[in-house]
Design a protein around this ligand. Sequence first.
Ligand code: PLP
Length: 495
Amino acid sequence: MRYLSTRGQNLSSTKLSAAPSFTEILLTGLAPDGGLYLPESYPQISKTELEYWRSLSYADLAYAVLSRFIDDIPPADLKPLIAKTYTAQVYGNGRNSEQAAEITPLRWLERPDEARGEAGLAILELSNGPTLAFKDIAMQLLGNLFEYVLAKRGEKINILGATSGDTGSSAEYAMRGKERLRVFMLSPHQRMSAFQRAQMYSLHDDNIHNIAVRGSFDDAQDIVKAVSNDHAFKARYKIGAVNSINWARVAAQIVYYFKGYFAATGGVDGSSDRQVAFAVPSGNFGNICAGHIARMMGLPIGRLVLATNENDVLNEFFHSGVYRPRGSAETHATSSPSMDISKASNFERFAFDLVGRDPSVIRNLWSAVDAGGSVDLSKTSFYSRLSDFGFAAGRSSHADRLATIRDTFETYGLMIDTHTADGLKVARELRTPEMPMVVLETALPAKFEETIVEALGRRPERPVGLLGIEDLPQRVEVIDVSVDAVKGIIQRYLD
Ligand SMILES: *Cc1c(COP(=O)(O)O)cnc(C)c1O
């Protein structure tokens, strides 16, 4: 499998011979032309294969899917690497062993009544990894892939990132203790929840460095960009990234759409004739982009329902054909903070497919986006093709979130987090009687205690291993908003 850039000029000057392979793009973010990497074509999964995949364990299914995208790691290496990534131990979180072995168990809220042809409503649990958010599923694989590829090449890498909460802890738990990797993670000082701070700052591994910036997330992000744009510094200190445009992260997320589809259509003995809808709480469009790709591979996904919070750039696009990214001044701080995103970096991947994979169209459209403008497809033939891709979209607010959390707890005895609540709210609005609707759970309520207390008047349960995490000793360096301060810290450890 070879990879191309959505902007069509992915060939770096040193490698004019061929489009890059999986491991060649693994450690990079953007393609050299500023585009995003995608496979040259999507592997097609036949009905027969689909029926066979139904019976596989999560790890074997992950291998079946990912080996279609990774052809430059020998199977004898890739298979055990994936097997050690998706274990009941890593995704256990205090559940019984049968559930833990599922990695991403499905939980019905309303069972489908086949006899009457009624749709069911289910939640796909994706948040039982070490940091209680779905990002672990991709990040844990990334950690192991990085370790493997770096060892093969005899190289080291230093990950520099900025986080507003979930990404940073997920990356740190995936990279901790790995010999060839170091993580320098910037976070906004005193702006994350006490739990999120404790998750990151209580790590004492030698290769994990937490840096709290006296400023906002955007300030932290700007520092990361400034350091990465200093090409000499970046090369000398081997600075890398694990941001959400990384192709391997998207690829890893394709797997649970298959897993969720099988679970929603009868499990091992079910059949793949039925269609299933998925509802996805979205921010950077990474999660739902994986669903789009699963559908392009032939998985019978009837609808992909995108849910936003008050930051509704994507909802606006699917209703108007206009994609209008907003600046940080126009970005609201909400109670589903991991979706407080006003520029959906992975959206360019879907747009590439929507415009018939013509890189010159994307180059034109995104030159406007890169200059701070917007993209208007409403009067183009592309807009009328949107329905071919199965998308629908809706939006949720703080009041919707509280009501959904309350209702779900009262009706089903299930506590859900604020992001999953956004997904469930929109799923309810857009579900249709003919197909089951699976809502992707993107985090556990324990991460967002304050809003749960507001909704329910009680605290969320916590996995046993995380009780009292706020009381553990913390290790973090607090700095002013300064590029040089961050460079200084990196140099201190590496020179
Ligand atoms: C990252 C995140 C999202 C948004 O996912 P995207 O892939 O960026 O669309 C939603 N919910 C939670 C809890 C997250 O951490």
